[in-house]
Design a protein around this ligand. Structure first.
Ligand SMILES: NC(=O)c1ccc[n+]([C@@H]2O[C@H](COP(=O)([O-])OP(=O)(O)OC[C@H]3O[C@@H](n4cnc5c(N)ncnc54)[C@H](OP(=O)(O)O)[C@@H]3O)[C@@H](O)[C@H]2O)c1
Length: 485
């Protein structure tokens, strides 16, 4: 047998408690280690239970150890590996903490020891050791193996530092900006490739004690977003259709929580103005007010239909409902330095608003166009309202292309053709979770911006798609007329 011993010491400008919490959720590894394509938590017992058994006595406690299924990135090839968290010693009064994980792959094993020591209230040092055992390697090849292992651990340590410290807004390079301006070439980054190219994918800004409301949690991006928010410790107000489906969503979100979080569910039909208005009143009447509201619910329809209020339904669900909720919640959230996040679509780059035909009454209905116009309308009013509410962080983002039940049913051909390149729902919801949690957006900082993959983006790229100030005022008048029913 050959054993490779790797050792790195990494100073980190984050508190011991936060670094421990981030590393303990070992499936976060896909956010920081370029040697890992994906990581999923497997076991039923939580790391919190493991912590309470005080480390290595876990085997006697009868609890199963948390385990994680990884797909390693070995020279571009996906190689499976399964890790178990064997020892989990939470931060002690002396400012020490330790995690020991054992990984088993095809023909090799690894024991990773992550020992943390506090160096000040907000800084700590990670002492990382990996002992990798494989079948005998000829001594001639040992220098290559050592070089390869050393490169992998340097990349992982750099990634971890970036994920924990340099996770603020990024700036795409000149080539990426040029591709974006040309629209089609830029769309390659709407796939999972764009997500993986982000300089930092870390989500470690904890939301303990904060309350986040989110619509459309019964499926796709909304569900993934709520799971990540739970992992960050947020209390949640979940909005959806159908009490049973909402309860199921809550059950699937709860295990992601880093501690017992409060989850409240509210039913609402967002194609209906009265139901949307009732929701806004329920949200304003919450005993503990929201800190963040995420307008995530949305839908693309392949046929034209009017809602019970007489609105074209694409416009009703994707523009009128989120606009009404934004308008209702903005003063309350502005007063407490809160945030509103609008989930729109990169498809909006293809369309300008059409004030002369908001309901597709004078042209054949086209689902993707109707959807793109509604999302553009939401971006336009959000950028205007951001200027009207000091203290509010009103951000708009688009998720790229993610595999969700919504995409599978609305765009089956696209879904089939693009399948393996699509992001997963967690990757698609990343920027929304980041906007909801990162302290750089506190107290209305950067309000009114349009974001994709944690970078600011222009609101319009093609000729005749940008809205003038007069257009936006006319759009708001149209919207106010619709909700006055
Ligand atoms: N996935 C992508 O690639 C992609 C790309 C660009 C933008 N987006 C946007 O991302 C958001 C989430 O989309 P997704 O892909 O996750 O779609 P999804 O899987 O269909 O989820 C959409 C969610 O919105 C809810 N919803 C739809 N219409 C509603 C209504 N009238 N009232 C109440 N809730 C309603 C759905 O509830 P039900 O389960 O009850 O239907 C569901 O929970 C949407 O705003 C979408 O436009 C997604």
């Amino acid at each position: 047998m050959t054993t490779l011993n790797l050792h790195r010491v990494l100073p980190l400008k984050r508190s011991l408690v936060e670094v421990f919490r981030y590393l303990r959720d070992f499936d976060n590894i896909e956010q920081w280690d370029p040697g890992v394509f994906s990581a999923e938590r497997e076991a039923t017992s939580s790391t919190q239970e493991l912590e309470s058994t005080h480390g290595d006595s876990v085997s006697r406690s009868g609890l199963s150890k948390p385990s994680f299924a990884l797909q390693l990135n070995v020279m571009g090839r996906s190689v499976p590996m399964r890790y178990t968290l064997d020892i989990c010693e939470p931060p002690s009064e002396q400012g020490q903490a330790r995690l020991v994980l054992t990984g088993i792959g095809d023909g090799f094993t690894a024991v990773d020891t992550l020992a943390l020591s506090a160096t000040s209230a907000n800084e700590c040092t990670l002492d990382y050791r990996a002992d990798i055992t494989t079948a005998d390697v000829p001594s001639l090849l040992m220098p290559v193996l050592n070089w390869w292992g050393s490169r992998l651990s340097d990349a992982a340590m750099n990634g971890l530092k970036g994920a924990l410290e340099n996770d603020g807004p990024s700036q795409p390079g000149a080539l990426a900006r040029l591709a974006e301006r040309l629209v089609l070439p830029g769309m390659i980054n709407y796939t999972r490739r764009g997500y993986r190219k982000m300089p930092s994918r870390g989500l470690s800004r904890y939301l303990d004690g904060r309350r986040v409301g989110i619509s459309g949690v019964t499926s796709g991006l909304g569900l993934a977003c709520a799971q990540q928010l739970a992992r960050l410790g947020a209390d949640l107000v979940l909005i959806g259709r159908g009490a049973e489906r909402l309860a199921q969503a809550a059950e699937s979100i709860r295990p992601w929580a880093s501690h017992a979080i409060d989850i409240q569910c509210i039913e609402a039909e967002l194609s209906n103005i009265a139901s949307t208005r009732a929701l806004s009143q329920q949200l304003l009447a919450l005993e503990r007010p929201l800190d963040v509201w995420i307008n995530n619910a949305g839908a693309l329809f392949d046929s034209q239909a009017l809602t019970s209020d007489g609105l074209e339904r694409t416009m009703a669900v994707n523009f009128v409902a989120p606009a009404l909720l934004t308008q209702a919640l903005a003063p309350m959230l502005a007063a407490r330095g809160g945030r509103i996040i609008q989930v729109v679509s990169g498809g909006l780059y293809t369309q300008g608003i059409r004030l002369d035909d908001m309901a597709f009454a004078n042209e054949p209905f086209n689902g993707p166009q109707a959807y793109a116009r509604a999302k553009r309308a939401l971006l336009d009013v959000s950028q205007y309202w951001a200027t009207q509410h000091r203290g509010l962080g009103l951000h708009t983002m688009h998720p790229g292309w993610a595999a969700t039940p919504g995409v599978a049913s609305a765009l089956p051909d696209f879904n089939q053709r693009m399948g393996k390149w699509l992001r997963n729902a967690r990757q698609g919801s990343d920027t929304a979770v980041w906007l909801a949690s990162h302290p750089v957006f506190a107290q209305g900082q950067h309000s009114g911006e349009f974001w994709f993959d944690r970078a600011r983006r222009p609101g319009a790229l093609l000729p005749n798609t940008a809205s003038s100030e007069t257009d936006v005022q006319a759009l708001i008048s149209w919207y106010e007329e619709q909700i006055s029913v």
